[in-house]
Each structure stands twice: as C-alpha cells, then as structure tokens.
Design a protein around this ligand. Structure first.
Ligand SMILES: NC(=O)C1=CN([C@@H]2O[C@H](COP(=O)(O)OP(=O)(O)OC[C@H]3O[C@@H](n4cnc5c(N)ncnc54)[C@H](OP(=O)(O)O)[C@@H]3O)[C@@H](O)[C@H]2O)C=CC1
Ligand SMILES: Nc1nc(=O)c2c([nH]1)NC[C@@H]1CN(c3ccc(C(=O)N[C@@H](CCC(=O)O)C(=O)O)cc3)C=[N+]21
Length: 362
C-alpha cells in the first residue's frame, strides 16, 4: 500500500474556490496559529544535541525486498505548500504592521530552458506569497561588468532583501567573483563564501543556509526522521547541493560519507547508509541494490529525459531508479514533487527572514 507523508490539515482546507492561490487561501486559516514556519531547529541549538529530540523514524529490522512497494512517499509538494501558506501569512502580517513586504531580485544570464522554468516557478511562488520580485535578464554573451552592475544595484536597493544569481552562469563569467560581490545580508541562496564557511565552522552560524540542503533536512524532519547518529551518504559534492548538504547533515550529527565521480564502488558505501541524499545529475544512477533495506532516500536529481509523448518533449527523472528503490527504501522522495518544491519554499523562507532582519520585525 502506498502511504503519503503529508500534513493532515492540508486536506481539510476550506474556501478553495474563492482565493486566488494556495498560499493566499490558507492565510485566513492561520490567523490564530503561533508555531514556527520551519520545523528544523536553528543551527545554534544544534550545539546542544541533547535538548533536541524529535520523533524518531523507526528503521525496519527485517530485509524487505519484494515485488511490493514498501516505501512511504515523502510528499514534498504538499509540505512546501504548507510552508508557503505560513510565509504568506507572515508577509501579510508584516505588510499590515509596518507597510513593507520582502523583496527578491533574480539575475538570469542566458536562455537555458531549465533555468527559465526554475526562475519562472520562483517568481510565481513569490507572487503567491505576496513577496515582491524583480528580475534582470542578460544575454548569454553579456560582459561580467553588466552582471556586477545589476548586482550592485540590487545590493543598494533597500526594497530588495534577497538576491539570487541563477546558476550555472555562461563559461566566460567568473562565478566566484560575482558571488563575492553579492551582499552577505542578501545572500538568500547561502552561496557567499562567508555564509558557506560559517556553515562549515563549528560554533558559527551562517546568515542563510542554502535552499536545497535546507529543504532536504526539513523534509526529513517533517517525516519524523531522526538524523542524529545516523549514517548518511551524499552523492555529489557541488557547491550548491552536495557540499552544503554534507555540512548540514554533520551539523545534525549524522556520520557523513561523500560520493563523487571518482569514488570507487559507490554501491558498497551507499549500502551502509540509513539516509541517502543524491545530487549527481545522473538519471537512474542509484539502483535498488545500492540501498540498505529500510533506507531513507532523498532524491535531489532533476534530470530531463527526452520523451516525445510528454507535453514539453521531456519528462523529469531523479538520480534514483525509483521503481526499484521504492521496494527497498522505507521513505523516498519522488521527482518531480519532492525536493524541488521544497527548495523554492526555502528560498522564500530565507527571503522573509532577511526582510524581518532588515526591518527588525519579529
Ligand atoms: N530539486 C532541486 O531543488 C535541485 C535539483 N538539482 C539537481 O541535482 C542534480 C545535481 O546538481 P548539481 O549539484 O548542480 O550538479 P553538478 O554537476 O554541479 O555536480 C554533480 C556532482 O555529482 C558528482 N557525480 C557526477 N556523476 C557521478 C557519478 N556517476 N557517480 C558519483 N558522483 C557523480 C560530481 O562529482 P565530481 O565532483 O567528482 O565531478 C559532482 O560532485 C542535477 O540533476 C540538478 O538538476 C540541483 C539543484 C537544486
Ligand atoms: N542560484 C541558484 N539557486 C538555486 O537554487 C538553483 C540554481 N541557481 N540553479 C539551478 C538549480 C536547480 N533548482 C531547482 C529548483 C526548483 C526545482 C523544482 O521546482 N522542480 C520541480 C519540477 C519543475 C519542472 O517541472 O521542471 C519538482 O521537482 O517538482 C528544481 C530545481 C534550483 N537551483
């Protein structure tokens, strides 16, 4: 039987037809609620692991490989919707109380189709939450100075609280130089070297945690998974996903192994993991026999596979061979509908936090 891990109240929402968006719809129902938007604890509290004890996910002891689907599906889409509703509520409260709303600026260079889709999704999510969004689009062959100028304008604009430079940038642009210029206080992606460094250093706290890793942790915690003491494997070590995910898992006291393109026998390492987070960009890389029975699998991979029968001529596939993995794992995220929507929710959450910090609004 397929189980869906989602929040029960989501199904009970009323007034679906009248409100324009999911986020706006739930604003009314949240008026009296006073709980935090995200469940993951702040990094400061992680220095005191014994005070934090979430409900623990039970790992099945028996080997459960069969033809049946065993894993519960982590419903990232509805978890993200729930978070977005709370963000929309907070944005409304901010607007009513100080007459300001958070602002997110996006810089996009070039015409990559996947980047256009992601950016469009992010801007739509901002609209739904009442966050102001701005976008600068530059041509593929633009000069580095044009990007830096756009960045400086957003750095200085007090109505902008978050800046996102959509990656990857075209080859001729120096990504490191551009990210260095991004104001630390507006780095809602968490990619600035100081934010990344502070994520890595014990006793320090970054201003922002990168959205995809933060979304992965939030998915785990919302699904009742205890991370502390678990063996985790991260596949991929990129600056935007793999590396910060492994750092964040360590902050949560997991024992972390990192697999990359030069790792020998990755399946032997993955087989020992309680939690597997994949971000390799290789469709179907992780087969069912790479997984320990009962493992928890978070699939970040979002890989387009040509398919003329689909609306856009392609469909999305994760890094995990889903049909096999679902028979071995105990919990798994789908693609689409898993990490992707959560990444966007975390971006909006970081932008809201940034605006609250800028206006000293609690
Ligand atoms: N859902 C979401 O929110 C997001 C999804 N993504 C998706 O996640 C995936 C990864 O993205 P990103 O981190 O930017 O990708 P990168 O290409 O920057 O990094 C890929 C990483 O995977 C490693 N790798 C590549 N092939 C293999 C292999 N065969 N075995 C083991 N490791 C391998 C690489 O190793 P090495 O370092 O040795 O080269 C590298 O560290 C993509 O599918 C992307 O679309 C990305 C961001 C957000
Ligand atoms: N500065 C920067 N920050 C990023 O966070 C960043 C980036 N650059 N470059 C590219 C990657 C990729 N990424 C995704 C975001 C949402 C989905 C997402 O919403 N996916 C949907 C499907 C979307 C679709 O249908 O195409 C899902 O999985 O359900 C996917 C991928 C953020 N990235």
């Amino acid at each position: 039987m397929m189980l869906r891990v989602a929040l029960a109240w989501q199904k009970k929402r009323v007034g679906r037809m009248r409100m324009p968006s999911t986020a706006a719809r739930a604003v009314h129902s949240l008026k009296d609620e006073n709980c935090p938007i995200l469940i993951s604890p702040s990094l400061v509290s992680l220095d005191l692991p014994d005070i934090w004890n979430p409900n623990s996910h039970e790992f099945p002891s028996a080997h459960k490989c069969s033809n049946k689907q065993n894993a519960a599906i982590i419903d990232g889409k509805s978890m993200a919707e729930e978070i977005m509703s709370r963000i929309a509520f907070e944005v409304k409260r901010m607007k009513e109380s100080i007459g300001k709303v958070p602002g997110l600026a996006v810089i996009m260079v070039g015409q990559r189709r996947d980047s256009q889709t992601y950016v469009r999704n992010k801007i739509k999510a901002c609209e739904e939450a009442g966050i102001k969004s701005m976008m600068t689009e530059l041509p593929d062959d633009c000069k580095e100075d044009e990007v830096l100028n756009a960045l400086s304008r957003f750095n200085e604009d007090p109505s902008v609280h978050g800046i996102l430079v959509q990656l990857p940038l075209p080859q001729h642009l120096d990504e490191a130089k551009i990210l260095d210029v991004l104001s630390l206080e507006k780095d809602v992606d968490g990619f600035h070297p100081l934010n990344m460094g502070n994520l890595a250093l014990r006793g320090r706290e970054p201003l922002f945690i990168p959205c995809t890793p933060k979304g992965c942790i939030e998915l785990l915690i919302r699904s009742g998974v205890e991370i502390m003491g678990k063996r985790a494997v991260v596949i991929g070590r990129s600056n935007i996903v793999g590396l910060p995910t492994s750092l964040l898992l360590q902050r949560h006291h997991a024992t972390v192994s990192i697999i990359h393109a030069f790792t020998k026998n990755p399946e032997q390492i993955t087989c020992e993991a309680d939690i597997v987070i994949t971000a390799a960009g290789v469709p179907n890389l992780v087969r069912g026999n790479w997984l320990k029975p009962g493992a928890i699998v978070i699939d970040v991979g979002t890989n387009p596979i040509e398919d003329p029968s689909c609306e856009h001529g392609y469909r999305l596939r994760g890094d995990v061979f889903y049909e096999e993995a679902v028979r071995v794992a105990s919990l798994i995220t789908p693609v689409p509908g898993g990490v992707g929507p959560m990444t966007i929710a975390m971006l909006l959450s970081n932008t809201l936090d940034s605006a609250k910090r800028a206006y000293d609004f609690t």
